[in-house]
Design a protein around this ligand. Structure first.
Ligand code: NOJ
Length: 558
């Protein structure tokens, strides 16, 4: 596959409202990102993705946009944005914006016009349907509500909202809508941004005819309808191809086969995608399943397209809590997950705080939760007569707010995030887990991420190497190789060995590796042997031990 800067990048995700507050209003802001750019740069990340900060009533934390050309007051001003872009790029990093094209806020002037009358010129910019038997047009659920349809008494029709009621879906069939959104993209790209994260991109196309489904709970019917790829190809033709950018689509409910349609380089749609076969479908750590997912994606995309690697973000609780061990092995398991994500094929994304091993927070009352998805779900379940405490307990682990608590900068009040009242409560463990402590400690999770990213900058095998899992269905141990043969790097083979358990585990090396010596490049234990001599039969891995070796000598490709 040809090489490109965006395949080599390491993305750091800034959830700005929880990152750093410079004006004591309790919300992080764009100036707060600027203040912490040296920190992000010292980590080694080369691109920063910032969640939406457009003007918005902020019902869904900025994913409900009321003006694509303005900045939300809480975040700052357009001058602050321009300074952010300049300061990011002055440090040799790149900036990725998050753009929401599937829906707007119901406060957007387009929607206000659209809903004002059936014959308004913007009526067709959204998706309006007549009632059926006096009720909603179909039995579809939205992500956040029992119905995806909202009745508007003024004109006697329902509109479609795949997310909150306040987030009406745009009608992508209408060419004026598409042109208007391309204009939005060009506005920001012409300012010089380097990338776009495209929200809910799998939802753009809608079915020809809306019809009831048998299982309304399984909302995959909201996604991947015919027509979608024509839109993406048009977007590429009209916009993307004129800029040197990274585009990443948030693509729910895709498989490797349907995912390839988005990222196959020959198709000219997107550079890469976030698929959710792990975060949406694997509630707890399940290594055999994870291996199957990785294998399938690596095979499908090999030589054709680029994957993305991530185990948490602002919608999914923190990886060390969900997929690692946030108790006795917090540091080791955070490093293990990091080593894994940065050595699997695809672009790695670091969600703010992950680099210091922040854990998922649980609040003890529904009042402390801010997320619209959490609040709506709680109300729906309690409305069915369920015990409120039990509902709270059942929703806590995967609540989106559990990764949205403020960044933990130091051991001072509110973790040094704000001198005001934080919009959401800090995780009480900030006295122990914080950036200041991490920077003092040479063995910190942070230092490990730095080492990983340094390696990535030096060794193309981490980016372009072929991936082979050699650990089969082993429940606890994950061992794989990355191999690259080319004129620049010669022949390079790496072996990654991860023990994802609290017990010591042995891994019998396959025959073809017995002749090879191995040199340690990185480990999450300080006393891992620096070399594994030839003829070592097995690897002995301690709890959550994670090792990266350079393989010397011959390795037969499987
Ligand atoms: C995905 C975003 O990541 C999430 O935070 C948001 O609520 C939905 N899309 C709707 O825009």
């Amino acid at each position: 596959m040809h090489r490109a800067w965006w395949k080599e990048t390491v993305v750091y995700q800034v959830y700005w409202r929880s990152f750093y507050d410079t004006n004591a209003d309790g919300y992080g802001d764009l100036n707060g990102i600027v203040e912490k750019l040296d920190y992000i740069q010292s980590l080694g990340a080369t691109m920063i993705w910032v969640n939406p900060f457009y003007a918005s009533p902020d019902k869904d934390n900025g994913y409900d946009i009321s003006d694509y050309y303005a900045i939300m007051d809480k975040a700052g001003s357009m001058a602050d944005f321009d300074r952010l872009l300049e300061e990011v790029q002055r440090r040799g990093m790149k900036l990725m914006m998050d753009v929401v094209l599937n829906h707007t806020s119901d406060a957007h002037p387009w929607f206000r016009e659209s809903r004002s009358s059936r014959d308004n010129p913007k009526r067709d910019w959204y998706i309006w349907r007549d009632p059926v038997n006096g009720g909603p047009p179909t039995n579809w659920r939205s992500y956040f509500n029992p119905s995806a349809w909202q009745f508007d008494p003024q004109t006697g029709q329902y509109y479609l909202h795949s997310f909150a009621i306040e987030q009406p879906d745009l009608n992508w069939r209408n060419p004026e809508v598409r042109q208007e959104l391309y204009r939005v993209l060009r506005f920001w790209l012409d300012k010089g941004i380097d990338g776009l994260r495209l929200d809910a991109i799998a939802l753009l196309a809608k079915p020809d005819v809306f019809a009831d489904v048998e299982q309304p709970e399984d909302i995959r019917y909201l996604t991947n309808h015919p027509g979608l790829h024509e839109y993406l190809q048009e977007m590429h033709r009209e916009v993307f191809r004129h800029y040197d950018i990274l585009t990443v689509g948030e693509a729910a409910f895709v498989t490797p086969q349907t995912g390839l349609l988005y990222v196959d380089e020959r198709r000219r749609e997107l550079n890469t995608l976030f698929h959710f076969e792990v975060l949406d479908e694997m509630p707890e750590w399940d290594l055999p399943r994870f291996k199957r997912i990785q294998r399938k994606w690596a095979e499908a995309l090999k030589g054709r397209g680029t994957n993305s690697q991530f185990l948490n973000n602002h919608d999914h609780t923190r990886q060390v809590t969900r997929y690692g061990n946030d108790g006795a092995y917090r540091v080791q398991s955070a490093k293990l997950l990091a080593l894994m994500l940065h050595t699997l094929p695809g672009i790695p994304y670091i969600y703010q705080g992950e680099e210091i091993g922040m854990t998922g927070v649980r609040y003890d009352s529904i009042a402390a939760y801010q997320d619209i998805a959490m609040r709506n779900k709680y109300a729906e379940e309690v409305g069915k007569g369920r015990d409120p405490n039990e509902v709270l307990r059942s929703l806590q682990p995967l609540s989106r707010d559990s990764s949205r608590s403020p960044m933990q900068w130091n051991a001072q009040e509110h973790a040094g995030f704000t001198t005001g009242d934080p919009w959401i409560r800090v995780n009480p463990n900030y006295r122990e887990i914080n950036v200041e402590a991490a920077l003092r400690d040479e063995e910190s999770v942070f230092a490990f991420y730095q080492a990983l990213i340094r390696l990535r900058k030096q060794h193309p095998v981490m980016i372009y190497g072929d991936y082979t899992d050699i650990s089969g269905d082993d429940q606890h141990v994950y061992v794989y190789t990355r191999e690259l043969r080319d004129s620049e790097s010669g022949e390079v083979r790496w072996l990654i060995a991860l023990n994802h358990s609290e017990q010591q585990r042995d891994f019998a090396l396959p025959d073809e590796l017995l002749q090879a010596g191995m040199k340690l490049l990185l480990s999450n234990y300080t006393d891992t042997a620096q070399e594994l001599p030839q003829h070592v039969q097995k690897l002995q891995l301690r709890p959550y031990e994670a090792c990266l070796y350079v393989v010397e000598g011959r390795l037969r490709t499987q």
